[in-house]
Design a protein. Structure first.
Length: 177
């Protein structure tokens, strides 16, 4: 792996750590000990899962947030956290996967699937640990964020190629006498 690849890989690991910290540790409002305690409780009392909340209706939370915005009862943090935050949090994921991927064929599908799987991991973790709810809208917004990251990467990559001088792109310049 090149130095550039190692640097990008290191940044990706830091990003994943921060994502874990934000989503599961709630910026340290919950410690690792608390996560472990919740996990052991779940293992000893799996029936408690029936008391957990979940949103399994697509667009339910999204429409509720947009409705609050349209009724001017908006507090400010709800929209940012649910709609914007869930999308923005996964944009770097799409960019990092695109930058680290050796195969470009099917990269969009790969990023879609990986964004969905990572989001599923976080949603199931919150659900089983009892530190949040399972929300299909979060799955959608996180996956959209990953795809936005891929599109941003693609646009920048194409833009860089177009803006390079012809000789840098590998095209021969013909000399005119």
């Amino acid at each position: 792996m090149t130095k550039r690849g190692m640097f990008i890989g290191s940044l990706f690991v830091v990003y994943l750590f921060l994502l874990f910290k934000v989503i599961l540790l709630k910026w340290n409002a919950i410690g690792l000990e608390a996560l472990w305690y919740h996990f052991k409780t779940f293992l000893h009392h799996p029936y408690l899962i029936y008391e957990r909340q979940a949103n399994l209706t697509l667009f339910d939370e999204i429409s509720r947030d947009l409705n609050e915005l349209s009724l001017s009862r908006f507090s400010g943090t709800t929209l940012f956290t649910n709609l914007v935050g869930n999308t923005l949090a996964f944009i770097p994921f799409g960019v990092f996967i695109a930058m680290l991927s050796k195969l470009q064929r099917g990269l969009g599908i790969k990023i879609f699937v990986l964004s969905l799987l990572l989001s599923l991991f976080f949603e199931f973790s919150q659900f089983f640990l009892g530190i949040g709810i399972f929300d299909v809208d979060d799955l959608l917004l996180n996956t959209v964020g990953g795809m936005v990251g891929y599109i941003v990467w693609k646009v920048i990559t194409i833009g860089v190629k177009v803006l390079q001088p012809a000789t840098a792109r590998g095209l021969k310049r013909t000399s005119h006498p």
